[in-house]
Design a protein around this ligand. Sequence first.
Ligand SMILES: *Cc1c(COP(=O)(O)O)cnc(C)c1O
Length: 397
Amino acid sequence: MTEVFKGNFTQQEPLPQAAIDAAMAVLNHGRLHRYNEADGEIAQAAALETEFAALMGAKYCLGVASGGFALATALRALGVKPGDKVLTNAFTLAPVPGSIAAVGAIPIFVGVTEDLVIDLDDLAAKAEQADVLMLSHMRGHIVDMDRLMALAADHGLQVVEDCAHTMGAKWGDTWSGRFGAIGCYSTQTYKHVNSGEGGLLITDDEDLMAKATMLSGSYMLYGKHRAGARVEAFEDVRLGTPNISGRMDNLRASILRPQLANLAVQCERWNKRYDVVDGGLADTPGLTLIDRPAQEHFVASSHQFLLLDWSDDAIRAVVDRCLARGVELKWFGAPDPVGFTSRYSSWTYAPSDPMPASDRVLRAVMDMRLPLTFSLEDCAQIARIIRSEVAAVFQSQ
Ligand SMILES: *Cc1c(COP(=O)(O)O)cnc(C)c1O
C-alpha cells in the first residue's frame, strides 16, 4: 500500500466571517492605532485585553506586537538587566532565548526529559544561578506545575510562562499562564489564534503591568487601557520606564476577538486530531509516544514522537520516506536547524555546557504540525504512513 497524503502542513483555516467583518469595520473607520478612539468608543485592542483577562481569570492583560515582544517585556518588567542570567528550556524555539538576549541577559539552558518537559532535577541543580525562569511550555507539553512552582518558591525564582503553545490549556484546574508572575502568548499564524503577528501578556501584579504597559509604548495614554493598571500605579514608573514601541493595533485585535470567543471549540478540534494520530501510532516498534499525565489538559496543535537511540541515517531515512509520501516530519536532531526547528546547541550566541541526556532526547524528537484544515481521516492516513515507514526502516536496521 503506497497511499500518499496530499494535505498542506502549514495551511491554517480561513478566518471566521465575524473576524473578517470586524476587520472591515476597523478598515472603514481607519482608527487602527490603539489609542485612536472616537468619542465614547472602546478601542478593539482595549476590548481584546478585557476579554482575554476575563477568559484567563487574570487581573490585567496587555496586547503587544508579538509573542517574542511579550517575553522580552516580561523580563524587562521583572527588572532583568544586561548580564543577568535567565533559566530557560533547552527544548524550545528561537524566540525564547532570543527574548533573553534582547534584554542583554544570558540564557542558561535546562535539560529536557523523555516526556518533552523541563527536567526538574536539572532545574533544581541550576536554580541558584538566576532569579528568573522563562518556562517554555514547548509544543504544549506541560511539566508538573505543582512541583515546578514549589521548586521556584524554594529557590526564590520568578517564573515567566511562555504559553505560545498552551493558550487554552490547563495543569489541573489552573490555566497555563496563571502559575507564574507573568504569562505570555503569541497570536502569530501558527498558534491557537491567528492575527499574523501579535502577543498577549497577563499578570495579577499591578506594578508589573504598569511597567509592561509603559515598555510596550504607551506614551502617556495608559489611562485608555481597560484591563490595565490603575492610573495611580503609573506614578512611580511613567517617567523612568523606556518606551520600547511594540503595541497591539485595533485591526489585529478585531480579528482576534471572535477567535478567542471560539477558542474552546477549536481546542477540542485540535485534540481530536492529536488523538487520532497518537492512537494510530500506538505500539509501533521503535517509536516512543509522549506520556501525557491526567492533570495535563493540553491543546495539541502539533504532534511529537521519539525515535530514541536510532542512528542519524535511519532517522533521515524515515524523514525522507515520509516526505515522499506527503508527510512532513521535522527532526529536531538535524545537525543544522531547518525551518522552525532549532535546539540549544545551535544558538551560538548563548553557549551551554553539553547535556548528554537532553541531547539523546532532542536527537530523537520528531515533530509535526496538525492544522485544523486536516480532517480526522487525514490524520488517520498520516499515522498509517508514518507507522509503515517507521516499521520499514526499523526492520531494516
Ligand atoms: C511562536 C513562539 C513564540 C513567540 O513567537 P512570535 O513569533 O514572536 O509571536 C514563543 N515561544 C515559542 C515556543 C513559540 O513557538
